[in-house]
Design a protein around this ligand. Sequence first.
Ligand SMILES: Nc1ncnc2c1ncn2[C@@H]1O[C@H](COP(=O)(O)OP(=O)(O)OP(=O)(O)O)[C@@H](O)[C@H]1O
Length: 300
Amino acid sequence: MSDPDATNVGSDHAGGSNGGRDVPGRTDAASNGLDLGSGGPNVDEEYPLQVEGLCKTFGGITAVDDASFRVERGTLTGLIGPNGAGKSTTFNLITGMLRPDAGTVTFDGEDITGQKPHAIANRGLVRTFQIARELQEMTVLENLMLAPKDQRGEALWRSVTPGFRGDVVEQEEELLERVWDVIEFFDIDHIADEYAGNLSGGQRKLLELARALLTDPDMLLLDEPFAGVNPSLEKRLLEHVHELREQGYTFLLVEHDMDLIMENCERVIVLHQGQVLTEGSPDEIQANEEVIEAYLGGNV
Ligand SMILES: Nc1ncnc2c1ncn2[C@@H]1O[C@H](COP(=O)(O)OP(=O)(O)OP(=O)(O)O)[C@@H](O)[C@H]1O
């Protein structure tokens, strides 16, 4: 099942989404021995992520209220809205951290509603995470070596893969090679041996993105990736995001900095009181009276 030649040479998975990229450390999910299925005949090549009628209440509070939207492949799409609009809850519903009360989340043609975060990450839909406390006591290199196992539940499938023990050294070597590709891509080789807990806010964000990338995603969900990042590192992070987008990755970004959203996103989806108020290009969004009103009424 393993096909080392599939790495970075136009191999597709889950409906033929991102094949052909020279992404750092990119390996095709199928080449890892994961049987992810073909994605089926209903894969929408243009819109990998589709959210339909999503609802979530917490006690008496309606956080997400019949939200429907889709994200175009290969775009950096912004998800914005005033405080309390439902952005984080929507992210949590998409990535399996929360179960919706109603509605569906479809990724690459597969209904992933209510699936576990690991299962969703295995499909290629991955969010960045803050570095957990125990990982802060490990170096950047160790963090990156652990990333795929951590986020994708890799230990489980490895343990049931025939011939696993014989392959383990080879797989670790392959992983180390991928990790160094990613380290070089992000230009963080000088901090490879630094403890994650000692990194600056911006360096930590780079590490979070690097960790997510090592899980072979097709689409990345970024929740305020620039918070607490100094302007020069923010610029670098953005350059990396754009470079990855050009290589075929799809991004959905929650970000409060409106200028950053308008300057960097191709598409913007506006949430208000748990519903999609509108979506469009940054120019369309900035000229939209309803959006301006929602923000003036909200506490931005
Ligand atoms: N676990 C929870 N328990 C109770 N209420 C919650 C919970 N999570 C979110 N909410 C409420 O749901 C609504 C939407 O919250 P959410 O955090 O999704 O909005 P947001 O757009 O991400 O806000 P912000 O921009 O301030 O982070 C808010 O009224 C919030 O108080």
